[in-house]
Design a protein. Structure first.
Length: 322
């Protein structure tokens, strides 16, 4: 997915203007994947969420240009229509060039509780390409997500942002001054022999906060959202995987990834790596994940809630009773 992201980006910028920010544990494999390209790899010694990693990249990009738009792209996204994606990015970059912050919003196709949402202002005239952002909202519960879908005023927050280095570093200074002070120390060490040691010393002390909470919910700078219609998924749940691999469905809409037997069952996802057959009889809309150490059976529409089980894990790896 990282390699696909790089290929998409090369439609609107040169590889030597591309920075990939990864955790230290992924530096070697990232460098191998990008070997032979001019893509630069920036390593975080510890994870400090998206505000810090975006700020780190902006410091380096600022040395190329303070006023050219930066496109922030998570590397775990699926994009179906690359041509439309590139067109949207180019249009959004022109808006960001004037100093605004721009994001891309995805029209909801289901009451998803695993994504943040963006409420748009002045949503009349649905043919418009972009709107001012009314507010960013956190991941909702199922009933709230249903209301968001019904209103037509909310989009999924894609996590894709466009702004200039000057704009985002200015906002970090205003909204997250402690983080920006640390980044300032790092900036002074760029291109010096002390860079790695300074990053090691400073980075762990930076506040761990997302760009959404740290800047987007606080800034007074105008934020605009483009409606993105290019077939997007962050592949963040079993349901997303099921929808993406629709060409592999059987005649009843089942996606079977592993040895299985199906009788009278529809619209199910089966993933098995445990070396045994999974049999479904007369059920619909389930995700069944069978691995050597655990078995998950869930309503596919609630598969994003699987994270709740990690919250229930005891120290020995067993599940605590709820």
């Amino acid at each position: 997915m990282l390699e696909e992201t790089v290929r998409r980006v090369e439609h609107f910028t040169e590889p030597d203007r591309l920075y990939t920010v990864v955790g230290r544990a992924h530096t070697d494999i990232t460098s191998r994947l990008l070997e032979g390209t001019a893509v630069k790899v920036l390593a975080e010694p510890v994870g400090r969420n998206t505000a810090a990693c975006i700020g780190l990249a902006a410091l380096h990009i600022k040395r190329l240009s303070q006023d050219e738009p930066i496109v922030v792209l998570p590397a775990d996204h699926f994009i179906a229509d690359v041509e439309k994606f590139v067109g949207t990015i180019r249009a959004a970059a022109e808006v960001a060039r004037a100093g605004a912050i721009v994001t891309l919003g995805i029209t909801p196709t289901r009451p998803e509780t695993g994504y943040g949402y963006i409420q748009v202002a002045g949503n009349e005239g649905r043919s418009r390409q972009y709107f001012e952002v009314e507010r960013f909202v956190e991941k909702p519960n199922y009933e709230t997500a249903l209301r968001y879908m019904a209103s037509g005023d909310f989009l999924w927050n894609s996590g894709i942002f466009i702004f200039t280095a000057g704009a985002i570093l200015s906002e970090l200074e205003i909204c997250l001054p402690d983080l920006q002070r640390g980044l300032g120390e790092i900036e002074e060490a760029i291109d010096s022999p002390a860079y790695e040691s300074v990053v090691e010393r400073v980075y762990a002390k930076l506040p761990s906060i997302s760009i959404d909470y740290g800047v987007m919910e606080k800034t007074t700078r105008p934020i605009y959202v483009f409606r993105a219609d290019f077939g997007w998924s962050d592949v963040g749940s079993w349901q997303a995987l099921y929808e993406l691999r629709n060409e592999e469905y059987d005649g009843e809409g089942n996606l079977l990834l592993g040895e299985s037997a199906i009788v009278g069952a529809k619209r199910n996802l089966v993933y098995s790596s445990a070396g045994r057959k999974v049999a479904l009889l007369g059920v619909e809309g389930l995700v069944v994940v069978d691995t050597p150490d655990a078995l998950l059976v869930a309503d596919i529409n609630r598969s994003q809630d699987v994270k709740k089980f990690s919250e229930m894990l005891a120290g020995d790896g067993s599940l605590k009773s709820s």
